[in-house]
Design a protein around this ligand. Structure first.
Ligand SMILES: [Zn+2]
Length: 115
């Protein structure tokens, strides 16, 4: 995400976490989370469907966590695939049940890699 944000209505610079423009009162939530929102659905669905392959981690940009799941499942001949599938499904459900704002705050700003 961009370090600084600008109001789409009046062009004033706003705080990246602001939900409302202090200058004109326009709602900023929709503009700032629309991209992350589509990622949230895609990552959640991939977490549930592909679970142990870690595809949902790659979608969120967590390359290391994705590789751990992908390679861990393959290199252990499927031994680690069972716990990783459970993790993937649980994470997918968590992504889908979060609101866009929560999702952005947790996974886009804080870069929380697991759960
Ligand atoms: Zn404004």
């Amino acid at each position: 995400m961009n370090g600084s944000a600008y109001c789409h209505m009046c062009g004033q610079q706003t705080q990246p976490q602001a939900v409302m423009c202090v200058s004109c009162g326009a709602s900023l939530t929709r503009a700032s989370t629309s991209g992350a929102s589509s990622n949230r659905i895609a990552a959640g669905v991939c977490g549930i469907i592909f679970n142990c392959l870690g595809i949902h981690k790659f979608i969120l940009g967590y390359t290391n966590a994705g590789l751990i799941m992908l390679l861990g499942s393959i290199l252990t001949c499927g031994i680690a695939a069972l716990p990783f599938s459970i993790i993937g499904i649980v994470e997918g459900i968590i992504y889908l049940t979060k609101s866009d704002e929560e999702f952005v705050a947790t996974y886009v700003r804080n870069r929380k890699e697991w759960f």
